[in-house]
Design a protein around this ligand. Sequence first.
Ligand code: COA
Length: 386
Amino acid sequence: MTSCQSSENLASPWSPAPKGLEGVVVANTMISKIDGKGGKLVYRGYDIQDLAGNIPFEGVAFLLWVGHLPNPLEFDTFKKNLGEHRNIAADVKIFLESAPHEAVPLSVLRTAVSIMGLRPSDKDSILEDGLNLVSQFPTILSHYQRTRNEEEIIAPRNDLGHAANYIYMLTGEVPNKKHEHALDSYFTLLADHGMNASTFSARVTISTLTDIYSAIVSAIGTLKGPLHGGAPSKVWEMLQEIEKPENASAWLKERLANNERIMGFGHRIYKTEDPRSKILKELAKENADPDIFALATTVETEARKLLQAEHPARPLDTNVEFYSSLVLSAVGIPTDMFTSTFACARAFGWIAHIMEQLADNRVFRPNSEYVGPLDLRVPEAWRAKN
Ligand code: COA
């Protein structure tokens, strides 16, 4: 199948592509495959159920970028490389220390990436730039978090893994093995996901042969919306509002009666439970406060029942964001940093896609169907004036 063909119907100038490009294939990729009916997600041939927790995240990141699982030497070198790229530049620090304390952390990250991109870079430095970006996301976020809390800044430690170092810089404590494993698995599960909106943004932007920083700024801006990456904080807020399992049914009914969406449910591609959600639910059970976990499972059951009654033809199960909120909170991530932590994982996928796009590039330039009026004329009164 060539680019821009739909798996069901061909997009042509006579039949505009479906709204939201649903079902349209815009690129061939070897990075990840989603089986929406079977509820499966595969990275370069490996099921995520097999990867998450069995291989440290750095090994999964190598797999996404390079195409195969690393041997021990490749693993150590890649992990060391990530560790050595964690320090942020002085101009980024100045920005982080002057950014408004009420800013959304993902917006702070987006601007910090723009500042990183002020230095010239070219196609040949893509790997170096990619390492700088993924390694520095956690440093940028924790530097901002500790600045706004008026806490001492904690420098990155390059002997710790990607997940452990992030928690360490945020909290000042090296995490226990359970928390490290939970965040490491979260990073694996969230690292890539087919042609999601932010990945598509990154590919469209890099297809103009601009620099990688501009492409990542596009991707971050796209991730920020509540229909994409902005949902987990909203899930957490919903659970806080519901407060007790016995309030769940009435709260959810009222929300649906007001035509509002229930955060953490539904997905464009999955017609069954999101496979990431299954693993995250287990991680939440092991790490979250038992009362919150019990509340979340009640909300899950009640919401499924109500959504099924409302949309019998469209299964609306929990998506990745629902149990992510419990896992992230349990390991010490502040609520308003859930989406930026998602960005720390997804940046690995964005960069893999940027490299894939550049290896066989053609600028994205689809058509639109003009549906406005034609043959209008500027009124005489305007003509007379000019
Ligand atoms: N709560 C209530 N109704 C929902 C819903 C939700 N979470 N998700 C979808 N629906 C309903 C829509 O209202 C729509 O109903 P209608 O046909 O009567 O108008 C129908 O299901 C189809 O929804 P649609 O917007 O076409 O689905 P989509 O594929 O475009 O959207 C999401 C997918 C994820 C954006 C959507 O399910 C959603 O908004 N979920 C909540 C936000 C969220 O969890 N985002 C994180 C994404 S990982």
